[in-house]
Design a protein around this ligand. Structure first.
Ligand code: ADP
Length: 261
């Protein structure tokens, strides 16, 4: 893409992609990737005719290959673009397909951006209604740069109750507002504990904190997921709960999220 004038990089659409939704979090380990994957699947579950893609821009810890049970290198087409790998009806691209998992790269600043450029610009998505981008964790320059380079329709912020209390989520909201990206809402992940034996839900972190923050920053809570053994074990097996247990309450919660974005 041509360089824009001034400091802010010019936004350039991703060829064939109608809508872009970012899934972000202020820090790692809060369930951002799990949310991104299940959201992408839930979008299709709610509207099966929808063409959905999933881009794992978390080059530091690409988790999409495991979560979507995909491996191997993408083929290259005659225009020198990478062809996404597909599972569960979702086209996927991740740094994890390009580097050996057993041989992690020590990323330096410029390498990170050039890897992200490759993922943003050199993928043959075909026609997509929605591309869900699993962002790198944090609210720094890398995140800002991605947000400024492509026309983003909205951002979803994933947070745990503790982070909500620590105001981490607020940083995310502020970052997107600064660059005029609509914040679609906050997903409260691991909000209560669902006992695998009796199904009892306990609010071990208390309740109400998320709503207080949402009211304060003027953003809706658009998803609420329990801390749940099935979500984790199925993720580890590469069978996201939305496709593995579509009848479950948790899958329904992801479909509600999909309807809210
Ligand atoms: P992030 O992308 O924010 O680093 P991940 O999506 O990789 O986080 O999740 C971190 C870990 O937490 C994974 O082992 C994942 O299976 C687990 N996890 C995420 N969300 C839930 C949940 N709602 N219940 C139980 N485990 C979860």
């Amino acid at each position: 893409p041509p360089a824009g004038k001034g400091k802010v990089p010019r936004k350039w659409p991703i060829f064939g992609v109608k809508q872009i939704i970012l899934v972000s979090s202020a820090k790692g380990g809060v369930g951002k990737s799990t949310t991104a994957v299940n959201l992408a699947l839930a979008l299709r579950a709610v509207k099966p005719s929808m063409a959905v893609g999933l881009l794992d821009a978390d080059v530091y810890g690409p988790s999409l290959p495991k979560l979507m049970n995909l491996s191997g290198q993408p083929n290259i087409n005659d225009r020198n673009l990478m062809i996404p790998l597909v599972n569960y009806g979702i086209k996927c691209m991740s740094m994890g397909f390009l580097v050996d998992e057993a041989d992690p790269i020590v990323w330096r600043g410029l390498m990170v951006m050039s890897a992200i450029q490759k993922l943003l610009r050199q993928v043959a998505w075909g026609d997509l209604d929605v591309l869900v981008i699993d962002m790198p964790p944090g609210t720094g320059d890398t995140q800002l740069s991605i947000a400024q380079q492509v026309p983003v329709d909205g951002a979803v912020i994933v947070s745990t109750p503790q982070d909500l209390a620590l105001l981490d989520a607020r940083r995310g909201v502020n970052m997107f507002r600064k660059v005029d990206i609509p914040v679609l809402g906050i997903v409260q992940n691991m909000s209560h504990f669902l006992c695998p034996n009796c199904g009892h839900a306990s609010s071990i972190f208390g309740s109400g904190g998320a709503q207080d923050l949402a009211d304060e920053v003027g953003v809706d809570i658009i998803g609420d997921l329990p801390l749940d053994m099935d979500i984790r074990t199925l993720s580890d097996e590469g069978k996201p709960i939305v496709v593995a247990q579509p009848e479950s309450k948790q899958a329904e919660s992801y479909r509600v999220l999909a309807q809210n974005v």
